[in-house]
Design a protein around this ligand. Structure first.
Ligand SMILES: C[S@@+](CC[C@H](N)C(=O)[O-])C[C@H]1O[C@@H](n2cnc3c(N)ncnc32)[C@H](O)[C@@H]1O
Length: 224
C-alpha cells in the first residue's frame, strides 16, 4: 500500500469520510500531478474508478504511468484538460482539487458546476485544499450554496494546510468575517484540538501583518 505524505494523507482521510456519506463511486482528481492520491484511493477501495486531470501533459503522463504500472489501467482514466473540462460529473463522485491557488479552484468549480443538474450536484462531495486565498474560496462556497462538512488542519514539513470538505445544498448563506478568514469548522474546533489551535494562532499572526494594508482584515481582528 502506498504511504502518503501528511498533506495527501489528510486529503485521503476526507475522501474516506466522503465515501462514508456517498457510498461507492468515482474519485475525480483534478490537477493530479503524480497521481499518488488516486492510486491510494484505488488501493484502499475508496474509488470504483478514478479520473485524473492535469492541464499539463507531463504530470498527466506521470499519473498515467503510475496507475497503469500499479495494475489499475481499467479503473483509471487520465486526461490532459483544464479542470473538469470534458469530464461528465456523476452522482456519487468525490471531486478533489488540491495543491492549487484559491482563484484557480474557484474558476474550475464555476465552470464544472455551472451546467450540472441539481440532483447530481446534491450527490457529490468536494474536497478542496487551496494553497492560498482560502478566504475567497470560502466566500465562493457560501455564496453558491455549498455547506461545510469539515475542515481539517495538518502540518507537513512545517507548513500548515487546511482541507475543506463540502456538499451542495443550493442554499446560499453568509459567513461572518471570522468564519471567512479562519474557517467555520476550524473555529468550532477551537479549544478542542491542539493542532487546530496552533493553526488559528498562526493565522492571527499572518492576519496581524496583513491588517496594516487591509481594512477588512483589520475590522475582522478588531471584531474579535
Ligand atoms: C502542486 S500540484 C498538486 C498536485 C496534487 N493535487 C497534490 O495535491 O499533491 C498542482 C497540479 O495541478 C495542475 N493544474 C493547475 N491548474 C490546473 C487546471 N486548471 N486544471 C487541471 N490541472 C491543473 C498542475 O499542472 C499541477 O500538476
Amino acid at each position: 500500500m502506498t504511504d502518503l505524505p501528511v498533506r495527501l494523507d489528510t486529503i485521503f482521510h476526507e475522501v474516506c469520510n466522503a465515501r462514508g456519506d456517498l457510498g461507492p463511486g468515482r474519485v475525480l482528481d483534478v490537477g493530479s500531478d503524480h497521481g499518488l492520491l488516486s492510486l491510494k484511493c484505488l488501493e484502499e477501495d475508496m474509488a470504483t474508478n478514478v479520473i485524473c486531470t492535469d492541464i499539463r501533459p507531463d504530470p498527466a503522463s506521470k499519473s498515467k504511468l503510475l496507475l497503469e504500472q500499479s495494475g489499475y489501467k481499467t479503473r483509471s482514466e487520465v486526461k490532459v484538460t483544464d479542470g473538469l473540462n470534458g469530464v461528465s460529473v456523476r452522482a456519487g463522485d468525490v471531486i478533489v482539487i488540491a495543491g492549487m491557488g484559491g482563484l484557480n479552484i474557484i474558476d474550475i468549480l464555476t465552470r464544472a458546476m455551472g451546467g450540472l443538474a441539481e440532483d447530481i450536484k446534491s450527490n457529490i462531495e468536494l474536497i478542496l485544499q487551496p494553497q492560498k486565498s482560502t478566504d475567497l474560496v470560502r466566500r465562493y462556497l457560501a455564496d453558491n450554496g455549498f455547506e461545510f462538512l469539515d475542515e481539517t488542519v495538518c502540518k507537513d514539513r512545517d507548513i500548515f494546510y487546511n482541507v475543506l470538505r463540502l456538499r451542495f445544498t443550493g442554499q446560499s448563506y453568509s459567513l461572518e468575517l471570522r468564519q471567512v478568514y479562519y474557517g467555520p469548522k476550524n473555529l468550532e474546533r477551537k479549544g478542542k484540538d491542539s493542532l487546530t489551535d496552533e493553526y488559528l494562532e498562526h493565522l492571527t499572526e499572518v492576519f496581524t501583518v496583513r491588517s496594516r494594508g487591509n481594512d477588512e482584515i483589520r475590522a475582522m481582528l478588531q471584531g474579535g
